[in-house]
Write a new protein. Structure first.
Length: 159
């Protein structure tokens, strides 16, 4: 079966930086609903379209097609007293954007002299990346999966 709109796709992937160093790799197969549901990067979805089980694909993406450009306005320095005492670099926090009321994730990138640096950029923002994937399984999505815009069941979303 070819990957088309409303296919459920299962794949293994490895992501590399510009120096061909592995920066991410799945432990369990990822499963997503194909066809513009924002469940996978659009550039990856485009290269998978029309492919079949067993095929291996590769796509290199500039930052704007991957995890976005690095936005310095999303890096903030805050007083350490605003955070829990067990604070460590790498911890994630969420805050609400006062203008949009959307939840925004921030990652602690530094703790120094009573100050904490938090970064709201994706950890891979500003990076050119290569995404290699092997297609493991393709099936037609159920009506419920299409209505909800995501995969249900094993390795997918559970209600």
């Amino acid at each position: 079966m070819q990957i088309t709109k409303n296919s459920v796709v299962s794949l293994n992937y490895t992501m590399f930086d510009d120096e061909a160093q592995v920066i991410d790799q799945n432990q369990d197969p990822i499963v997503y609903l194909h066809g513009g549901y924002d469940n996978i990067l659009p550039a990856v979805e485009a290269v998978l379209d029309g492919k079949t089980v067993g095929m291996v694909v590769s796509v290199t993406m500039d930052p704007e097609d991957a995890f976005g450009e690095f936005d310095p306005s999303l890096v903030h320095e805050e007083d350490v007293g605003l955070f829990p005492p067990d604070l460590e670099v790498g911890m994630m926090f969420e805050t609400r954007d006062p203008e949009t009321d959307e939840t925004m994730p921030f990652r602690v990138t530094a703790i120094d002299a009573g100050k904490v640096t938090v970064d709201g950029n994706h950890p891979l923002a500003g990076m050119r990346v290569r995404f290699d994937a092997e297609i493991l399984e393709v099936r037609a999505a159920t009506e419920e999966e299409i209505a909800h815009g995501h995969v249900h069941g094993e390795h997918g979303h559970h209600h």
